[in-house]
Write a protein that binds this ligand. Sequence first.
Ligand code: NDP
Length: 248
Amino acid sequence: MSDNIEGKVIVITGASSGLGEATARHLAEQGATVVLGARRAERIDTIAKELTDQGHKALAVTTDVTRRDQVAALVDKAVETFGRIDVMLNNAGLMPLAPLERLKIDEWDRMVDVNVKGVLYGIAAALPHMKRQKSGHIINVSSVYGHKVAPGAAVYCGTKHAVRAISEGLRQEVKPYDIRTTVISPGAVATELLDHISEEDIAKGVREHVAEIAVPALSFARMVAFAVSQPAEVDVNEILFRPTSQPV
Ligand code: NDP
């Protein structure tokens, strides 16, 4: 149990694996009520059941973040069931890396739809409730690639730079409502993120590099817990972290 986390209602997109799953488990263990959204229903149902069986509070709502109505339904379900939403963690994302000249245009569309529009839909779903409550905390997930650009990652970097720009604009706009905003930019963390790189030559190189340096998903969950656990008058706006051994 932890002060300023216990009892908070925390909605997490992309909660079926990786950073989202680790955060749901970590915050539930600290006494938060977690509402898990993702497309893989049986994964989030199983996680929510495991947490509930351990005496924690958790609810799973099948959600595709590219569907505005489904993101609204996720947040509305949290508010309907638990009476409020304290934290919206817009975490769902994908990183199918490839150089632009390979013209993986469907993948560009998906990255924009999930990594950018999915975050916007999460903000749209949470903001009216948080304005009404005059409290809340929106946490968006960017990346080290939201701070730099590398060949083969142009579109992904574009989406993650966009997340930082949107988060900064949000920060400036929601001051009148006492809403906090945080953007978290992780370096290499061991998750399923690399499984969705369709270009095998690129996937192989990235996997070998990441396998050497990646830190566990709990490292990210601890960053979320740090931001959430601050007293209401303290707004942690940005966290950038890397494995100690990650050079760039
Ligand atoms: P994972 O692939 O393990 O998790 C991605 C999550 O996003 C899954 O739960 C997946 O759920 C969900 N997701 C994907 N598409 C959709 C969709 N259309 N609707 C709802 N959920 C969706 O990777 P990570 O945990 O690493 O990724 C989480 C975030 O962290 C991403 O935004 C990623 O860009 C970011 N990040 C990760 C880093 C790392 O090194 N791991 C570094 C920097 C940033 P499902 O398939 O069930 O829908």
